[in-house]
Ligand binder design. Structure first.
Ligand code: ADP
Ligand code: TRP
Length: 325
């Protein structure tokens, strides 16, 4: 087993349509890395219950998320694709982690602090979110966790919790590392803030041509005229060009920005054409997979069993270490 592949784990919550920030920040990595790693990707349905509290919606979103994963190219022959709730042991492990974690430590989490700052009603699940996430990662004995920049802190929490457990109960867990696409980090939304479902500034990954058109046309621009030189480094539309154009086109657009002569209308038209070209085949693949939901359910069921078996071994070790074997 010396040349065994390193273990990769990640998940996304089934809370609605994924957007291009989810894709370029996190999901694309899942596809790019599935050959190199022992890849395990899941649908974080337990985490989704912090906000989605309607059975019909949650099960619909779960199947939708499986379709999204398959459409972007996650290959079930290479990646173990499963539903988080098929490993109920993560809740058991989460409880054990709760008992070795302090409240002030969890109160330092960005997600919690943001919710607090916005005076949101915070359920215990949201407060405890990083604990369950640590359980997802550590129960799989993961080496790496591909995520977007905003989830980096959560992976660091998993690392810290693993260290605390090892100090308390003896060496049990590996310390996982976050993988982040340095050239992407945070994808901005149509309003210039971080693209996020909660800000209403997203471009859906499987957007229709009309939605693409509308979203891009809605990106605010300043009053600079066509001939004026523009700074690509601070331009919202240019940030999207970097995701959807090839290198040659990016440098051509950049040159025209700096020299002047490229107006916002033309820049948006180029972006719309490139986005449509990129998204159309993804949308078509998704429609094709959607014709066979039975197949999707079977994949999830079979893989859920396998993922649970993998977690089982680690849990045996944990129970023994804690004294509840
Ligand atoms: P949202 O903020 O839209 O609710 P999620 O929290 O469901 O997104 O994030 C799912 C994954 O996508 C995570 O790994 C997260 O880091 C990544 N992600 C979300 N938004 C962005 C963004 N704007 N840029 C880069 N990655 C992102
Ligand atoms: N917190 C992640 C998100 O908001 C989802 C998630 C849950 C996750 N458990 C995980 C990601 C474990 C990586 C590893 O998108």
């Amino acid at each position: 087993m010396t040349n065994a592949k390193k273990i990769l784990i990640s998940g996304v919550k089934p809370t609605g349509r994924p957007h291009i920030g989810n894709y370029f920040g996190a999901m694309k990595q899942f596809v790019d890395l599935q050959d190199e790693y022992d890849a395990r990707i899941f649908i974080a349905d337990y985490h989704a219950i912090t906000t989605v509290q309607n059975a019909e919606q949650l099960s619909r979103h779960t199947i939708d998320m499986a379709l999204d994963y398959l459409a972007i190219g996650i290959d079930p022959a290479k990646t173990l694709l499963f539903k988080q709730s098929d490993i109920p042991e993560v809740c058991e492990l989460g409880w054990i982690f709760n008992c070795i974690t302090t409240m002030p430590f969890l109160m330092r989490a960005h997600a919690y602090k943001d919710a607090e700052a916005k005076n949101k009603e915070i359920n215990v699940g949201i407060f405890d979110y990083p604990i369950l996430m640590a359980a997802d990662i550590l129960v799989q004995n993961a080496d790496v966790v591909p995520v977007g920049q905003d989830q980096k802190q959560h992976v660091e929490y998993a690392r810290d919790i693993a260290e605390k457990f090892n100090r308390t109960f003896g060496d049990t867990f590996k310390l996982p590392n976050a993988l982040i696409y340095e050239n992407v980090k945070t994808v901005v939304g149509t309003d210039g803030q971080k693209m996020s479902k909660s800000y209403g500034n997203t471009i859906p990954l499987f957007a229709t041509d009309d939605e693409i058109q509308k979203a891009v046309m809605g990106i605010p621009t300043n009053s600079q005229g066509i001939a004026e030189p523009k700074d690509p480094d601070t331009d919202n539309i240019f940030a999207f060009h970097k995701l959807f154009a090839d290198e040659k086109e990016i440098s051509e657009i950049e040159k025209r920005y700096r020299e002047g002569g490229l107006g916002y209308k033309e820049s948006k038209d180029i972006l719309i054409a490139n986005m449509k070209r990129f998204i159309a085949p993804l949308r078509e693949k998704r429609e094709a997979f959607a014709k066979d939901e039975e197949m999707i359910r079977n994949i999830l069921k079979e893989n859920g069993k396998k993922a649970r078996e993998l977690a089982h071994q680690k849990m045996e070790e944990v129970r023994k270490a804690v004294g509840i074997a």
